[in-house]
Unconditional design. Structure first.
Length: 402
């Protein structure tokens, strides 16, 4: 296998969906032996980089037990206690690395730097997520960390290209950009950044062209899955600045796949049944703003959004030109029917026959739920992957369309 340079690559098995990180050097032979039915437990590397690669597997296998983070407890600790716990996690990761080398042999300087940077950004990400998770878990928007909390940014080398070998760094940069944008906007409550804002601040913050290329690519990819409006708004700007032809081609392919869901296009139609068996289609609901919830009774995150959805419905009570439509993709209708009746669920409650094979799933490229969709009074898409009811900005979007 030809590789562009020394670094960490990914290999996996399609049938299990297991992916292993592998440290490779150009011109060096690396051998992996494993049981395909249990890749992580049985993976064993030989060759010049065997210590590095066997460490990656050992870390992957042992890390959950090594760190043992209960998110609900961990992210709701008082700030001082949280930071102590984070340092404890860091110490365990460093100690695991040292103990492994003591028993198996030292790493190459290049790999050692990769691991050290990866630990740095793994720890940094925990700190970045702390205010967000604290507010979410404690059901508040009032918590803000102390003035010195973000001092950990000092000393971070965000332009070191070796960081691109770290998945934790790839996760960090978008979080960092989001933080900088909020700071730039004076920490306005409920501030919502746009994709174009992110690309702009990325160019201002990251001087390494190679890192900018990778992160802008990741932002584009994620936007097609999470913020479609952003993806379409960024598309031309991204193509104009991107240099990697393979990445550009991938984004062009994504653009073409998602094009039917571009804001302003006629919303793809679908049909679903109410509890009495009456069939509804989007065409029948034209003339109203539609806020559509694709959900299922077995979906925890879907159920968690219901109280927020009901609160949103209450805000628009009496408004005639808006319809809240909930479409279940349960495998069969009985659990859906029971929950709708037991909870006296509001809005137009529908059942999509075919579950994951239903037309609503296919037409809206849904691969995970809940998915929310906003359609205007003319039957045109506003957002095929809209904000959830728990997002404070959702109410304002709907009000702007009435």
């Amino acid at each position: 296998m030809e590789i562009p340079g020394a670094g960490i690559y990914k290999i996996g098995t399609g049938n299990q969906g297991v992916v292993l990180p592998v440290y490779l050097l150009p011109g060096e032979k690396t051998t992996l032996s494993c049981d395909g039915s249990n890749m992580i437990m049985t993976a064993k590397f030989e060759g010049q980089t065997k210590h590095e690669n066997n460490f990656l597997v050992a870390k992957m296998f042992n890390e959950p037990n090594l760190i043992q983070i209960d998110q609900t407890t961990f992210f709701t600790l008082p700030e001082v206690d949280f930071l102590k716990q984070v340092e404890d996690v860091k110490s365990k990761l460093i100690e695991f690395k040292k103990e492994y080398q003591k028993q198996n042999g030292v790493f190459s300087p290049h790999f050692e730097e990769i691991v050290n940077q990866d630990i740095t950004f793994q720890i940094t990400n925990l700190k970045m997520l702390y205010p967000v998770y604290y507010n979410y878990l404690m059901k508040t928007n009032d918590f803000k960390p102390s003035e010195n909390f973000y001092s950990y940014f000092q000393g971070l080398d965000v332009n070191n290209e070796i960081n691109l070998q770290s998945d934790h760094f790839i996760d960090f940069v978008p979080l960092y950009i989001e933080h900088l944008l909020k700071e730039k906007n004076n920490n306005v409550e409920n501030y919502e950044s746009t994709g174009l804002n992110k690309l702009s601040i990325l160019s201002e913050t990251i001087t390494s062209a190679k890192i900018r290329e990778e992160i802008s690519y990741q932002i584009m990819k994620e936007s097609f899955e999470t913020k479609l409006g952003d993806a379409f708004a960024m598309y031309e700007s991204y193509l104009n600045q991107a240099k990697d032809e393979k990445k550009k081609k991938n984004i062009e392919n994504l653009y073409n796949q998602w094009l039917p869901l571009k804001p302003g296009n006629v919303a793809p139609d679908f049909t679903a049944l109410d509890k009495n068996g009456k069939s509804y289609s989007l065409a029948q609901l034209k003339g109203k703003v539609l806020y559509i919830d694709i959900w299922a009774t077995w979906c925890g995150p879907c159920i968690a959004e219901i109280p927020y959805l009901e609160k949103l419905q209450d805000e628009f009570r009496g408004v005639k030109n808006i319809e809240f439509v909930s479409v279940s993709i349960d495998q069969n209708s009985e659990p859906w029917r029971k929950m709708v009746e037991a909870k006296n669920m509001k809005g137009l409650q529908l059942f999509a026959q075919g579950a994951w094979n239903s037309d609503v799933i296919a037409n809206y490229r849904i691969n995970g739920i809940p998915r929310f969709i906003i359609i205007d009074k003319d039957g045109k898409l506003v957002d095929g992957n809209a904000p959830r009811p728990s997002n404070p900005g959702t109410e304002q979007i709907l009000k702007s369309l009435i």
